[in-house]
Each structure stands twice: as C-alpha cells, then as structure tokens.
Design a protein around this ligand. Structure first.
Ligand SMILES: Cc1cc2nc3c(=O)[nH]c(=O)nc-3n(C[C@H](O)[C@H](O)[C@H](O)COP(=O)(O)OP(=O)(O)OC[C@H]3O[C@@H](n4cnc5c(N)ncnc54)[C@H](O)[C@@H]3O)c2cc1C
Length: 566
C-alpha cells in the first residue's frame, strides 16, 4: 500500500470511479465515524466510496476535547464495559494505529473535600488505570497540597487540600480523521469531499444508492451501492428523513472550548475540575491550553454552532475559581464550538446521556450509526460494517482495523529515532523535525522531499510561524484540502492558535495553495474574503449574550462551499 496523494486529480478520479461502478458500501459523512467505516470496509476487501458534504472532520470531529479516554466520569455511572473498551482503543492508538498523532497527557485532579474524597476518587482512578490493562501510561500518584502546587503553581493554595495525578491520551482529532480517510483512500476507497447527499436512489422500498451534489461546481451525480451507511452525526435525522423516519434519533448538545497561550497558566500538568453538572478540562496543547467544555442543548444551525458570550464567561468563571491569576477575555486566542451527536430519548439531562452508540438497518439497504464518542470510532465502524456485510453476497472477512496502522504510523518509530539525522540532511532545526513528525509521522519524508525541491517551503508561514510553508502546500496536494478554511481550521489549527485567528496568515496560505488547486488571483481574493468574513462573524457571535443572537450573528458569513456551488 502506498499513501495516496489526495490532490485535485485524485478527487476527479474518485468521483469518476464512484459514479461509474456500483460500490459494495457507500458511506455518507466524513467525520471520524464515516472515515473509520470507509477504512474498515475497504480493508475487508469491499469496494467503498465515502462522500462528505464539506471537509473531512468539518463537523463534530474537529471540535472535540481531543482526548482519547475512557471517561473517568463514566465510572461514576458504573459503565465499566464502556470505559474498558475506550481504554483499549486509547492504547491501541498510542502503540499501533497512530503513535505519531496520539500522546499521553497528564491530569491533576485537585481534592477539596474530606479524607473520604481521596479514598473515593483514588479508588476510581486506580480502577481506571487497571481497566483495559493500561500499561502504556505511567500509573496515577497521590500528591499532597505542596506536591500538587509544585506541579501546578498556577493553582490557588486554598483551591485544594491535595490531589491525584493520572494520565490519559490526546490526539489532533481533525488530522487524525483526515488520516483515517487518507489511509482508506490508499487502500482503494474513493473519497470525495464537497459532495452532499441530496436524496436516495430507491428500487421499491430498497435504498440502492444516493443522488449527490458536487458543491465545487454545482453538478449532480448518482452513486449506486449494495449498502449505504449513514454516518452523519448530528445530521443523522436529516439524512434519514430523505427515506422517511428511522428508528435511531439524534439530538445535539453544544460544547465550547477556549484556547489560551501556555504562559497564561503556569503548570506542568493538565487539570480536571469538577463543575456542578460535569467536569472541566484544562488540557496542554502544544504552546497553548485548551479549556472546556460546556454541555447545553442546541437546536439551531448544525454546520456552524456558535459560542456565545455566556458560554465563554461560564468557562472563564469556572477555571478562575482555582487560578491564582484569573484569565480574562484578553487571554483568549481561540474559541471553538462543537455538537455532540447524542442518542435521543434516554434522559432529559444532556450530561447524563450515555455516549454509547446505536447501529441499525433503518431502511432496506440503509444502515444508520450514531452516538458514541471519538475514542471508540473504530469499534463503531466495525459494528456498522458487520451489519451492512450481512446483506452482502458471500462471506465478508472480519475487521482488521485493529492491525491496520494509519499511513503516517508506518515506519514512524524508526524515523523518530533518526530525527537528528533528518535535521542534519534537511537543514531544518530538530524542533521543526519533531513538529513535523508529530503531525505527519513517517509521511514527514514527503514534506522534506518537497522542501528539498523548493527550499522556500522550509520557511515559516508569515503570521503563523509555528508552521512551515510546506504544510499549506501539502494540505492541498496530499491531504484533500480544497479551501483556505480547510487548511487554517483543520489541517492546521492556525484559526484557534493565533490571537488574530489566522487573518495575517490567510493570504500567504492561500497563495501557497493556489498553484496546486489552480486558483487565479480572483479566487485567492475570494477565499481570503470568505475566511475574513467567517472570523468576523465568529467574533461577533461570541459577543452575543445568548445562543439565538450568537447563531444569527454567525450565520452572517455563508459557508465557502455553499457559495462556490451556487
Ligand atoms: C465539545 C465536544 C467535546 C468532545 N470531546 C470528546 C473527547 O475528548 N473524546 C471523545 O472520545 N469524544 C469526544 N467528543 C465526541 C466526539 O467528538 C464525537 O462523538 C465524534 O466526533 C462524532 O463523529 P461523527 O463522525 O459521528 O460526526 P461528525 O464528525 O459530525 O461527522 C458527520 C459528517 O457528516 C457530514 N454530513 C452530514 N450530512 C451529510 C450529507 N447529506 N451528505 C454528505 N455528508 C454529510 C457532515 O458534514 C459531517 O462532517 C466530544 C464532542 C463534543 C461536541
């Protein structure tokens, strides 16, 4: 298997292939669930196509807390099976599937109550460490108040009596989802973004394919398939309704996160804090912290959920309860909001709804999968393909995705050990090489080859100096990016990791992408204007008091894909 370059030629060929040949499996939705399904199906030897209406991971899968975790708080709900399964997935990613993207992260759990609290929380964390045989992580440790303050000097001394330190894992969700899709494409799946399912092809009651709109040029086409799988997260009901009401129903719960620079909180560990209804994480994220999250019902625009001023104030208030130097609005570099696709009808309180998933044949020929969480996407994918496979002729092999490393993982450990040599031969500082290895894994060699051809690509991106220019080019030439927003928001996180939210970098990134995507001057200007309008609308929405006005403000900027296609 050779890693495929997902460039415009690849997209054209994928579209031709999927419309010309009946597929075994057509997957709708390029979030982590849909990408996982495409990889599961194609590696079982099934012909597979994946369509995504916007960009890979543009829905919930780029907007999570980015933790691969068992969910400490599910222990309180006695959901041991769910926790064990998720911890197994966490460890699989650290060791085999995506060791270049997944990394351990330390959390401090401050204790505030009486002695029994240490015993109670300690027992839970000890169980967490053992469930799933979590041997890839350092074990948890009990700390005194002094020990905890030494680790996290940012904490107010009166905010804790002691603490427990434990470990989990984190991953760049958007890059990971994209890489799953790219791995699927490398095994032969036809993957196309900017393709929206607008209706189903029916033979009697049976679903035998889908009518699809290409949002890049406004054309429509049809893909025929033996089985169609609806993996559209919070859009599940909308897609299901194209064939009538189904058994699985999903509702959206909004969670927002803040990004602040690392120096605003002096700490050598992340934090997990109890709130009235849930928990709050302070998560190390490169040279930044991610603080989140909230949990509120959302019935407004699904594509662009808006964070309101109230959401932001809530997170600042919660984290400031324990910080010696409170954070202010001026400390916030980035804000993002996402929607949890929750199976509906189990409980009225969103925070107590289970993150477990449901999979069912909701119409003949149509499998629907929903719910779950990021960490367990691979298990969800396996379940969905197992169910679809029952309706396919012949015996379909079992899933092999627990043994199928993502494209950047193959050879990663060896390259990591050779990083000083790579620095010497490329002329880049070893810190830059480590940055590339942590984002591209073994595919770093492809980026270094591009720099060798054109050394200017080894220069930093003006306005986003943490990234090299080659990353913007590579996103368009190898990673399926079709718009400026794809690169600034998901291939990189420039949109939340800079105080100007990527405005200064935007024109430079657009010019780097232009030759690959065949953009003329007018198109470059249009992409930049779109991005600027999006940032302005987000900033405006974040000044609004409530969801309704925040949503209205966010809708002031149209989606770049809708505008191109119309
Ligand atoms: C705030 C927050 C924090 C979270 N934190 C964590 C965490 O730390 N760890 C964890 O394990 N989980 C976490 N989760 C949960 C996790 O992010 C989600 O469960 C997961 O990302 C859902 O992925 P998905 O593929 O099902 O949905 P999505 O990522 O939303 O993908 C669905 C895709 O379908 C596409 N689509 C919709 N309609 C159509 C159509 N008609 N045609 C074509 N395509 C279509 C959409 O554009 C979208 O890209 C969090 C969720 C939230 C909201």
């Amino acid at each position: 298997m050779r890693p495929v370059a997902m460039d415009p030629d690849y997209r054209r060929a994928a579209l031709t292939r999927m419309s010309a040949e009946t597929q075994n499996i057509l997957v709708i939705g390029g979030g982590v669930t849909g990408a996982g399904i495409a990889l599961d199906a194609v590696t079982r030897g099934l012909s597979t196509a994946l369509v995504e209406q916007r960009d890979l991971a543009s829905g919930t899968s780029s907007r999570s807390s980015k933790l691969l975790h068992g969910g400490l708080r599910y222990l309180e709900q006695y959901d041991f099976g769910l926790v064990r399964e998720a911890l197994r997935e966490r460890d699989l990613h650290l060791t085999t599937l995506a060791p270049h993207l997944a990394r351990p992260v330390s959390f401090l759990f401050p204790l505030t109550g009486a002695a029994w609290e240490r015993a109670y929380i300690g027992a839970g964390i000890a169980l967490y460490d053992t469930l799933g045989g979590a041997r890839n992580m350092p074990a948890h440790r009990h700390l005194t108040r002094t020990g905890a303050l030494r680790l996290v000097p940012a904490l107010r001394a009166d905010a804790l009596r002691g603490a427990i330190r434990y470990y989990d894992a984190q991953i760049d969700d958007a890059r990971h989802t994209m890489e799953i899709a790219r791995t699927a494409a490398s095994y032969g799946a036809s993957v196309a973004t900017s393709t929206r399912v607008a209706g189903f092809v029916r033979e009697g009651e049976r679903v035998v394919g889908a009518h699809i709109a290409d949002l890049e040029n406004g054309e429509t086409f049809t893909v025929r398939a033996h089985q169609v799988i609806n993996a559209t997260g919070v859009w599940t009901d909308d897609v299901q309704e194209l064939v009538g009401r189904g058994r699985i129903r999903v509702r959206a719960s909004k969670g927002i996160h803040l990004v602040v620079p690392r120096d605003r909180i002096i700490a050598d560990s992340g934090l997990i804090l109890r709130t009235a209804t849930s928990v709050l994480f302070v998560i190390p994220w490169g040279r930044h912290w991610i603080i989140g999250t909230t949990d509120t019902d959302w019935n407004l625009d699904l594509a662009h959920p808006a964070a309101s001023g109230k959401d932001i104030d809530y997170l600042l208030d919660e984290v400031n309860r324990v910080l010696r130097h409170p954070l202010t609005h001026e400390d916030v570099e980035g804000v993002y909001a996402g929607l949890r696709p929750l199976l509906s009808g189990e409980s009225d309180a969103t925070s107590t709804l289970s993150r477990e998933h449901a999979v069912a044949t909701t119409a003949p020929g149509l499998v629907t999968i929903a719910g779950g969480k990021y960490t367990t996407y691979r298990v969800m994918a396996e379940d969905a393909v197992d169910l679809a496979a029952r309706a396919l002729p012949g015996r379909v092999p079992d899933s092999v995705t627990d043994r199928t490393p993502l494209v950047g993982a193959i050879g990663y450990f060896a390259l990591q050990n050779r990083r000083h040599e790579l620095a010497a031969t490329s002329g880049l500082h070893v810190v830059r090489i480590e940055h590339l290895l942590g984002r591209y894994g073994a595919l770093t060699e492809e980026l270094l080859a591009m720099i060798a051809q054109d050394p200017t690509l080894g220069e930093p991106i003006p306005g986003a100096e943490d990234h090299l220019q080659v990353e913007a080019v590579y996103a368009a030439s190898h990673e399926g990016a079709l718009h400026l927003d794809d690169v600034l928001t998901r291939r990189t996180r420039i949109s939340i990791e800079t105080f100007d939210r990527g405005i200064a970098a935007a024109p430079h990134v657009a010019r780097l992408m232009a030759p690959v995507l065949g953009w003329d001057e007018e198109r470059i200007v249009r992409e930049v204007e779109h991005y600027e309008a999006r940032v302005a609308a987000e900033r405006e929405s974040q000044r609004q008091a409530d969801d309704l006005s925040a949503d209205a403000a966010r809708l002031g900027a149209p989606d770049v894909r809708t505008a191109v296609g119309s």
